[in-house]
Design a protein around this ligand. Structure first.
Ligand code: FES
Length: 231
């Protein structure tokens, strides 16, 4: 085997140019991830894909695989850290899963189940975030935005429109829309855009189709996120 790294001393082959996350996925090894999407350039913001490479904790979605790497991808400590990252994401926004149209199809919620997150653990921020329902076909609910920038990347790299961006700093960072008044209806956004369909949570929702698929029968109601095939 020419190119390989090891996980628990087992050789894992990779193709030069693959990230650790991509190589693990090819080998059938699940690395949790939230801001990563196979269609888009890596972002490295959520840190759920943290693994240990040669003793250092790194993001598997941004580090290239190389020969000689010795990986640890799952330990109680790594999983506790992943659970804490999820808890921080939950308390930083306003995520009321039982009333969310995305429930059952939400990657944040599914990862919460995956890592047995039973409480928020941290004190809830309950930030004041606005909703933009101006567009006839889609709604932005910033309460649920996790700032993964998948819509930003999709709009920029696939739709070639640059409708979305992140504005503000720190706690005030929020999804902004590139239009004269900042409203989605005044932008070049269209429901056919890739950006309209890539949100992993319920921050960008398509109108007119709410609850067509009943809660209880949705994707992550049926399978763990670690078992899904994203390709
Ligand atoms: Fe790697 Fe988010 S999936 S940092």
């Amino acid at each position: 085997m020419e190119n390989y790294f090891t996980i628990d001393e087992q050789p894992i082959p990779f193709t030069p140019g693959q990230t650790i996350l991509e190589a693990c996925k090819s080998a059938g090894i699940y690395i949790p991830h939230l801001c990563h999407h196979p269609e888009f350039t890596p972002h490295g913001s959520c840190k759920l894909c943290a693994v240990i490479v040669n003793g250092r904790t790194v993001s598997a979605c941004t580090i290239m695989a190389s020969t000689g790497q010795e990986l640890v991808v799952e330990t109680p400590e790594l999983n506790a850290m992943r659970r804490a990252m999820l808890q921080m994401l939950f308390v930083e926004g306003n995520h009321f899963c039982p009333g969310c149209e995305k429930s059952g199809n939400c990657r944040l919620q599914a990862l919460g189940y995956e890592f047995e997150m039973t409480t928020p653990h941290f004190i809830e921020f309950y930030p004041v975030r606005d909703v933009d329902a101006s567009h006839p076909d889609a709604i932005i609910d910033r309460n649920r935005c996790i700032k993964c920038e998948l819509c930003v990347r999709a709009s920029r790299d696939v739709d070639h429109k640059e409708v979305f961006g992140l504005g503000g700093r720190g706690f005030d960072t929020r999804l902004i829309v590139n239009s004269p008044g900042g409203k989605l209806v005044d932008s070049t956004f269209a429901i056919t855009d890739r950006a309209a369909h890539v949100c992993p949570v319920g921050a960008i929702l398509i109108k007119h189709v709410g609850f067509v698929e009943p809660i209880g029968a949705r994707k992550y109601d049926r399978e763990l996120i670690s078992a899904e095939d994203e390709s």
